[in-house]
Design a protein around this ligand. Structure first.
Ligand code: ADP
Length: 667
């Protein structure tokens, strides 16, 4: 979800004291190293010299042995103080032993097969020796060689340690960063200590959505007003709309206005590679929320966990997401309407959400947020232009008129880009021209000043775009044109024509046909003027193909196919089968071909008739590169239809009053 930098800072992640964790790890490591070194130093058997049993016998007969210790599988030998001083042993023992083991022993060791047998042999050996040479011995079968013990246990501990670090790494970055915290919810909490500073005045337009949401704030502030009359407070509201239309912003505003604790997290925060973690996090979130009630929980991008169960799933795939969703459904049912917890969620894919999630009693309210119309755009411009230093000529209404189809996030982006462009040009204030350039940049991408285009190519592009413009100008149902540009850019590779889509929701077959003709205008112009076509019409062709297929197979706008729709809203995304027979498929293809051919012929007839206008516009484009609606009006006269084409038409009537009312509200 898009977010402006200034808004980001309003939702800072509560800082975690990570240095504490690191210190603790370092200390653990140091302790382990000290332990190993210390043990090696003190360890007696590691500093003893391995000898053969034969040599031990010689030592024994020479009377050099003070004491032996018989262990399970070897024997430790300690020399007498006199023997230690003799040249036979001194050099080798002092070199190998630590100061501690030099005086205390043991100094040597040798392997045996069995302690019992050796003990018997040793006793026999003792009998043959003189009384003075007798050696003391101890048996300690419980002790084994420390080295082998250390190797096996050390290895085990090293493994354990490694595993622990691995788990820490996998779970770090949230959830407390500990393996034991993996089932904890990752929601960030905003309460009295770190308040969200966004209010409803920062959200422009979206009147109806704001009204609904304001009521939710009111529920939390004054619940008895509603419950006294027997009403139940809604448990949740789902904000639905395209990306960048202000869903997150609205939720933040609720947090800012309501003054109650606000938990915010994203649907993907529930997802983890371990089974059962998502469900545990859901439970933990609700537990925390109930403790803090009254409060609001905001789950952004809920489609990450709320997708329809059993839909589009590969056989045998993990159903961890389903478990998480089930647990969310259960938790939402589990708390009463009087508990004071309200769940807000946002998504731009309501179509994929599970119907159980959307039923009343869970998300009681669905608040749809659409892309703003011209009035809404003006209000959003007002909000985002407030912090900028503007030249007095900047006209909000014109900007709103030139940005059809823009969502709030794109408008915020245009304002920011304009300020950056003005700064690059060392201006004292942002001018209208900077906004024009910013809009172009947002629509078409970066201007490619040094892209090499041959004059022939430029001519083709100019006629292509002029074709769109002229066709649209003389087709009654086509969208009014705003601007045509042939400046090469990143996204719109060679040029583009921008239209003002009507603020309407139903399209008639005539409107769609005119739209197709206008889209074909570019290719037709190339055909008429140059007698050949280029690859420049790729995106146009893609668009009309999609349009004609949807007219025939979805909207039932074809006589031969009839009033049927093959659209199935419940169809799995991964279904490959077609819901019609091969014969129908053939018919559909034929009808699509016919429809496009008819549109082409109609456009060709129109542009041949208006060849003069086409030439004029193309020449103007070649000269100026960018032309506006007013230029076209000046060059080829007004549109021959009584439709609202200019932005004044919008702003003159009811829309103007509405815009002013909203703008005043924002002020
Ligand atoms: P969504 O969650 O719908 O994808 P966001 O709420 O994240 O969109 O919007 C992104 C940015 O767009 C916001 O931070 C804000 O700057 C801007 N914006 C979107 N809608 C509006 C609006 N109605 N009023 C003011 N700014 C808006």
């Amino acid at each position: 979800m898009s977010d402006s930098p200034d808004n980001k800072s309003l939702f800072p992640k509560p800082s975690k004291n990570s240095s504490n964790g690191n210190n603790y790890q370092i200390w653990l490591l140091v302790a382990l190293v000290v332990l190993i070194v210390g043990l090696t130093y003190v360890n007696k058997s590691s500093s003893t010299i391995e000898i053969t049993p034969k040599r031990f016998e010689n030592m024994l007969q020479a009377g050099d042995v003070r004491e032996i210790t018989i262990l399970n599988d070897f024997v430790e030998v300690t020399l007498t103080p006199d023997a230690l001083k003799s040249s036979k042993y001194e050099a080798e023992v002092s070199q190998k032993s630590s100061p501690f083991s030099l005086s205390q022993g043991p100094h040597y060791k040798f392997q045996i097969i069995s302690a019992e047998n050796f003990e018997k042999d040793f006793k026999d050996m003792q009998k043959q020796l003189a009384e003075a040479q007798k050696t003391a011995y101890r048996v300690d079968k419980n002790r084994t060689d420390f080295n082998s013990w250390f190797v096996s246990w050390g290895f085990f501990f090293a493994l354990l340690f490694g595993f622990y670090f691995l788990m820490r790494r996998m779970t770090s970055g949230g959830g407390g960063g500990q393996i034991f915290n993996i089932g904890k919810s990752k929601a960030a909490l905003f309460d009295a200590d770190n308040r969200v500073k966004i209010t409803f005045s920062d959200v422009a337009g979206l009147d109806e959505a704001k009204e609904e949401i304001e009521e939710i704030v009111e529920f939390l502030r004054n619940p008895t007003k509603y419950t006294n009359l027997g009403g139940k407070i809604p448990k949740g509201a789902l904000l639905v709309g395209p990306p960048g239309t202000g869903k997150t912003l609205l939720a933040k505003a609720v947090a800012g206005e309501s003054g109650v604790p606000f938990f915010t997290l994203s649907g993907s925060d529930f997802v983890e590679m371990f089974v059962g973690v998502g469900a545990a996090r859901v439970r933990d979130l609700f537990k925390q929320a109930k403790e803090k009630a009254p409060c609001i929980v905001f789950i952004d991008e809920i489609d990450a966990i709320g997708r329809s169960r059993g839909k589009g799933q590969m056989p045998g795939s993990n159903d961890e997401r389903e478990n998480t969703l089930n647990s969310l459904l259960v938790e939402m049912d589990g708390f009463g309407t009087d508990s004071g917890v309200i769940i807000l969620a946002a998504t731009n894919r309501p179509d994929v959400l599970d119907s159980a999630l959307m039923r009343p009693g869970r998300f009681d309210r669905q608040i749809s947020i659409d892309k703003p119309d011209i009035v809404g755009r003006e209000a959003i411009f007002k909000v985002h232009l407030k912090p900028l230093k503007l030249e007095s000529e900047v006209d909000y209404k014109k900007l709103a008129a030139q940005t059809p189809g823009f969502a709030g996030a794109e408008i915020a982006n245009v304002c920011n880009e304009a300020a950056l462009i003005a700064a690059r040009r060392n201006k004292k204030a942002v001018e209208m021209q900077d906004f024009q350039d910013a809009i172009d940049r947002v629509i078409g991408g970066l201007e490619k000043k040094n892209k090499i285009i041959s004059p022939e190519e430029k001519k083709i592009v100019a006629y292509h775009e002029a074709g769109h413009a002229v066709a649209g100008w003389f087709l009654e149902h086509a969208d009014p044109l705003v601007k045509v540009s042939i400046v090469p850019r990143g996204v719109a590779a060679l040029g583009y024509a921008q239209y003002l889509p009507r603020e309407q929701f139903l399209y008639t077959a005539e409107q769609m046909t005119d739209e197709m003709c206008m889209t074909l205008g570019g290719r037709v112009a190339e055909d008429i003027v140059f007698g050949k076509v280029s690859t420049g019409a790729l995106s146009d062709l893609e668009r009309i193909t999609k349009m004609s297929y949807s007219m025939i197979t979805i909207y039932g706008m074809n006589d031969k196919i009839g009033n049927v729709s093959f659209y199935d809203s419940k169809r799995s995304e991964y279904a490959f089968d077609k819901p019609y027979s091969d014969a129908t498929a053939q018919l559909i293809d034929q009808e699509v071909k016919k429809m496009i051919e008819n549109a082409y012929a109609k456009t060709k007839e129109l542009l041949t008739e208006k060849r003069q206008a086409l030439e004029i516009i193309a020449q103007e484009l070649l000269e100026k590169e960018v032309i506006f609606q007013t230029d076209i009006e000046r060059l080829i006269g007004k549109r021959p239809f009584n439709t609202q084409t200019t932005y004044e038409a919008y702003t003159n009537g009811k829309a103007l009053k509405e815009a002013e009312r909203l703008a005043n509200e924002v002020k």
